[in-house]
Design a protein. Structure first.
Length: 316
């Protein structure tokens, strides 16, 4: 399945070529960095752990004293309020690695007249903002095939420099690599690659037991197919073009194919206990950031992941 670009017949010019090359990206990066910082600032973040008992500074919960434990572990003030002895447990604040991969292939450069931001720009903004929030909480961030994990406070600058100096061909799916079993992976892509390739990629990334979160970023025109009359559709990654005499007659088949493609992706992520989110570029970037932050760390061994974000409005 290919991302759609369309022009009404008679409009001057052809479809603009994708501008994910270094010069164009460099020109837009300062604006994207500013937006990423603004989006990250909307999240109430702070030191967050893995919501498990272990070494750390933050209180997590009280639990009953177990016979054989050192008496020094008893919280006598809490125990004085009850007929039982209680131990004060701390939260485990062990940093782990989150790999964030924003798709920068040609299809991501699409932006219809319904939005002001391309899929590429949205993917970069969310990737940078998520990295900022997670590093602030003590996590390590890496980009598969591009940047080794780091917890540097200038994470946004490191990511943008790595992206700007990347001379490799822009792939539609993450490169093959072997994340550790405790790592988490965030894939930000339109996922219009053939379903077989999407399945193989997700299966390979999850082979070590790493947890993952797949985000399909789409333009609203790719969801609603708002085309009518004679329209030329151009596949931006070199697969050619096709002209429809009455584009509106294609809408039903198009929507069915989109639903089938998405259902197959969801089936694969559910099978592997990964999460799957569909995000439209006419929705706020902060909405996606909140959903991703809430899901990171969830689902492992029944663990609820990071604590709910204080004062954060969950999307409907």
């Amino acid at each position: 399945m290919a991302a759609i670009r369309a022009t009404q017949s008679g409009e001057p010019g052809a479809i603009a070529r994708a501008t994910g090359e270094a010069r164009s990206l460099a020109a837009s990066m300062p604006r994207l960095v500013l937006e990423a910082r603004r989006v990250a600032a909307t999240i109430i973040h702070g030191l967050h752990g893995r919501r498990r008992a272990g070494p750390g500074e933050n209180f997590w919960q009280y639990r009953r004293f177990v016979s054989g434990e050192p008496a020094a572990r008893v919280d006598w003030r809490r125990s004085a309020r009850d007929d039982h002895l209680y131990v004060r447990e701390q939260e485990w604040e062990a940093a782990h690695t989150v790999w964030i991969w924003p798709d920068r292939s040609a299809s991501m450069d699409f932006a219809s007249q319904l939005v002001w931001q391309s899929k590429l720009e949205r993917a970069l903004v969310v990737a940078l903002a998520l990295a900022e929030v997670l590093v602030d909480g003590g996590e390590r961030i890496g980009i598969p095939g591009l940047m080794r994990p780091t917890s540097s406070r200038n994470i946004i600058e490191k990511m943008t420099q790595a992206i700007l100096h990347d001379l490799a061909a822009r792939s539609s799916l993450p490169p093959t690599f072997t994340p550790s079993p405790l790592a988490e992976i965030v894939v930000l892509s339109d996922l219009w690659s053939p379903i077989g390739e999407v399945r193989r990629t997700i299966a390979q990334l999850s082979a070590t037991g790493a947890q993952g979160h797949v985000v399909q970023i789409v333009d609203p025109a790719e969801e609603t197919f708002p085309y009518a009359g004679r329209v030329e559709f151009v596949e931006p990654e070199g697969a050619g073009s096709i002209t429809a005499g009455r584009a509106e007659a294609w809408r039903g088949d198009y929507e069915a194919r989109i639903a089938r493609h998405r259902a197959e992706i969801r089936q694969e992520t559910e099978r592997l206990n990964w999460s799957f989110i569909v995000h439209r570029t006419d929705r706020p970037a902060s909405e996606l950031l909140l959903r991703l932050h809430a899901r990171l760390g969830a689902g492992r061994d029944g663990d609820s992941g990071r604590p709910a974000l204080a004062a954060a409005r969950r999307p409907a």
